[in-house]
Design a protein around this ligand. Structure first.
Ligand SMILES: Cc1cc2nc3c(=O)[nH]c(=O)nc-3n(C[C@H](O)[C@H](O)[C@H](O)COP(=O)(O)O)c2cc1C
Length: 398
């Protein structure tokens, strides 16, 4: 059978288009690093953190501090250094808007950085004294750099804290956990023993009524956030669209750490970024179908006053410590702070405090105010490191 000239031309054109499409797809896959583990300058701080260049200087403490947990990877910090002290400043321009209207989560993140810095001090020949800025988050100036705390440094020879080595191992793990394996008893005991003072408390749940109700509260709060246009737009502003944007910003959230399966991750990286509504709808699906049902443990950090500045910093220090303890024991953790984010949002909008009541019904003690909720368990996959701005970018020398 001979092909007609028209049919031949059609087949040639179709072949050309297919080649172009394949070429384009390969180019896009390459450009978006679809099959590549993220690397390069934004991830260098995870290996440079204990570099000999910084050893026994205050910069070494900052290099550990910037690896801390922090809300939406906003890295809302500036460190002002002198020989004798480090001032930690909240960079209020890096705020989450309606997601964190009182900069409460920002201060928890600063507390996380402070904990890493204190842990890095003995390994670098320093003893520390930490002084928190007093006052209320409800009255804080929300512009420019706001002083949050000072770490005073004194020369001291001390043994490094065992948690120091866990600093670069700690990553937020958003994959499903293996609930069947439960939670290691010894770690549960250590976390319970290490936690708390008269201002900060840790509650841990592995089963029962409170565990189930907390799981439901997390899902309900996520539904409420997803229905709140301003919240998801403010959250979306910190989603980075591909490696070029991450290279430039070195902060914010990337698909690589979103807890997607390898196939879904490749597809999501290949395709154009989803708009805020769709990406947050996917997040709700993950929360409902994976994060909550696969959790072996749910935890709550509470304080006496959620809007007290020192208490927010102290809550962050505790969270960082717990997460490091877990990382050292190869246990995954993941903040699921939606039920507290909706408390702030209702307050900001002057709405009835339903979210507050929802959590008090679970904790059954209104004298403690939840400020941070998380899950934990044996991981089914290991989590990757997220990007960080460099030490130089976030340091000022006086
Ligand atoms: C106060 C606070 C709230 C957070 N809330 C959430 C959350 O609700 N969901 C989530 O997936 N991660 C949450 N995180 C984790 C951060 O997104 C994460 O620490 C940041 O992206 C840096 O990544 P890394 O922890 O892997 O270094 C929170 C962290 C902090 C300190």
């Amino acid at each position: 059978m001979t092909r007609s000239p028209t049919r031949r031309r059609f087949l040639q054109a179709a072949g050309g288009i297919t080649l172009l499409a394949v070429g384009g797809a390969i180019w896009r896959a390459h450009d978006r690093e679809v099959f590549v583990t993220p690397s390069g300058a934004p991830y260098d701080p995870w290996t440079l953190w204990n570099s000999s260049e910084y050893k026994n200087t205050p910069v070494a403490l900052v290099a550990a501090g910037i690896l801390a947990s922090n809300p939406h990877n906003t890295q809302p910090w500036i460190f002002r250094l002198s020989d004798k002290q480090i001032d930690i400043l909240a960079d209020t321009s890096r705020n989450l808007g309606s997601f964190d209207p009182y900069l409460r989560e920002m201060h928890i993140g600063l507390g996380c950085a402070i904990e890493n810095m204190v842990l890095a001090a003995p390994a670098n020949g320093y003893g520390t004294e930490v002084l928190f800025e007093e006052g209320s988050l409800l009255e804080i100036e929300k512009s420019g750099l706001v002083h949050a705390a000072t770490i005073r440094l004194v020369d001291m020879q001390d043994r490094a804290d065992p948690l120091y080595d866990a600093i670069p191992l700690r990553h937020t793990n958003r994959y499903a956990y293996d609930r069947e394996r439960g939670f290691p008893e010894d770690l549960l005991r250590r976390l319970t023993a290490a936690s708390g003072n008269e201002y900060v408390a840790l509650s841990l749940f592995t089963e029962g009524e409170a565990f189930d109700a907390l799981g439901r509260a997390i899902i309900e709060a996520t539904e409420e956030i997803v229905a709140d246009h301003a919240m998801i737009e403010d959250s979306h502003a910190w989603f980075r669209d591909g490696p070029d944007e991450m290279e430039k910003e070195r902060s914010g959230l990337a698909l690589d750490t979103a807890g997607l399966s390898p196939a879904l991750l490749a597809a999501a990286k290949f395709l154009p970024a989803l708009p805020a509504e769709q990406s947050h709808a996917a997040w709700l699906g993950q929360t409902r179908d994976s994060h909550v049902p696969s959790a072996a443990l749910l935890g709550v950090i509470s304080v006496r006053n959620r809007y007290d500045r020192p208490q927010s910093l102290a809550a962050g220090r505790l969270w960082q410590r717990i997460h490091l303890e877990a990382s050292a024991a190869s246990i995954a953790m993941h903040p699921l702070n939606q039920p507290v984010e909706t408390i702030d949002r209702e307050r900001e909008l002057g709405k009835e405090a339903k979210s507050e009541a929802r959590l008090t019904a679970i904790t059954k003690d209104a004298s403690w105010q939840p400020t941070f909720v998380f899950r934990a368990g044996y991981p089914t996959r290991s989590a990757l490191a997220s990007a960080r701005r460099s030490v130089e970018t976030v340091t000022e020398k006086t």
